[in-house]
Design a binder for this molecule. Structure first.
Ligand code: SF4
Length: 355
């Protein structure tokens, strides 16, 4: 695949097929924390950086196989809104594959342009970043192309929010000592009030950035920022380790055409139960977890794990280090069958280890 990547396990979006619309690394910013490294083509010019028709063909071929996805995400090694065919590609997805959610990760530098705003209106969820509202801090973190300012980004986001009906999650990347001072946070809070996103995500460094000296913001600093920005709904998504389990209350919805009432989340009932360690329990449908794809575990059309391919040990999955048995392989069945298959899988592991 030339323009698509994944599916990857996205912390926020689930199992995501990525669409990359610009050559590495074409961006209107050169963020010090960018995990793709230094921007080699720092520009805010809008152009057809890769052929729109080829992207559409690749998407069609991939999606016709009905892959298990939560979302198709415009992201990658640069800024997707710089591509002049973005609107055309979004329209194609809406027309031919309306069953898939579409997301956009963007640095929000081009929403000052009405054509760019129009191009993204049919997207389900937009995650724009805004790392500083003060110009000095913005320049230090984002190292923008000439003419791009924090003011221009905020103005574009305000306009977009006015026109866009989907979900907007504003992402703030915290760089300790630059954008987490009280003065900077006050400016950011004012900007958030003007933009009016649905939620704010606080992020910090997970992987090496474009400069060596950048460090992740400590968790207590992220909490300080989250408290400072209250009452806006702020979630800490950086510092990727377990802090708790988010739960939501449900109630039975209206009967469907077969008379079945399905549980529906009760708005506003979400809460986080603190936890240091979380053990995942698999049901007889493995869902499948997004990390299955990341670790090369093949699943069949209903999401069941495939095991015992020719040449494999018994109950060995497509990842030779992972074995599976029971309901996640055969579907709902007897407990005794699951226990027996667990034992057989253990035998398979011993065979694989040669013991
Ligand atoms: S906007 Fe995104 S792709 Fe561009 S430099 Fe910043 S982090 Fe990297």
């Amino acid at each position: 695949m030339k323009y698509l990547f994944g599916p990857v396990n996205s912390r926020r979006l689930g199992r995501s097929l990525g669409v990359d619309l610009v050559p590495i690394k074409t961006c209107s910013l050169n963020c010090i924390y960018c995990e793709c490294g230094e921007t080699t083509n720092c520009t805010d010019a809008i152009a057809e950086y890769v052929p729109t028709a080829e992207v559409v063909d690749e998407l069609r071929e991939c999606l016709q196989a009905c892959p298990l996805l939560d979302v198709i995400t415009f992201s990658g090694f640069g800024e997707p809104t710089l591509h002049s065919g973005l609107g055309e590609i979004v329209a194609f997805l809406r027309r031919e594959f309306p069953e898939y959610r579409v997301a956009l990760l963007t640095n929000a530098t081009r929403f000052d342009d009405p054509d760019v705003r129009r191009a993204v209106l049919a997207i389900d969820v937009i995650i724009p970043s805004l790392d500083a509202a003060g110009e000095d801090a913005f320049r230090k973190i984002a190292r923008p192309a000439p003419g791009i300012t924090a003011k221009r980004i905020i103005r574009g986001l305000v306009e977009l929010r006015r026109e866009y009906r989907g979900e907007m999650i504003l992402e703030l990347f915290i760089v300790s000592g630059i954008n987490d001072t009280e003065d900077e946070l006050k400016k950011l809070k004012e900007a958030i009030a003007m933009i009016g996103p649905d939620r704010v995500h606080l992020n910090t460094l997970d992987r090496p950035g474009a400069v060596e000296w950048i460090q992740p913001a400590p968790m207590d600093r992220l909490r300080f920022v989250a408290d400072f920005l209250a009452p806006y709904p702020v979630e800490i998504v950086g510092q990727w380790r377990v802090e708790g389990v988010k739960v939501v209350e449900t109630r039975l919805g209206e009967p469907d055409e077969k008379g079945r009432r399905r549980p529906e989340p009760i708005p506003g009932s979400e809460e986080i139960l603190p936890a240091d360690v979380v053990l995942l329990a698999f049901g007889f449908r493995p869902s499948p977890a997004p990390w299955f794809a990341e670790h090369g575990i093949a699943v069949n059309s209903w999401g069941g794990v495939e095991v015992g391919q020719p040449g494999a040990f018994q109950f060995q999955t497509a990842n030779p280090k992972i074995f599976a048995g029971g309901d996640m392989v055969r579907g709902s069945d007897l407990v005794v069958t699951a226990i027996w298959e667990g034992r057989q899988a253990a035998e398979g592991i011993l065979d694989a280890l040669g013991v």
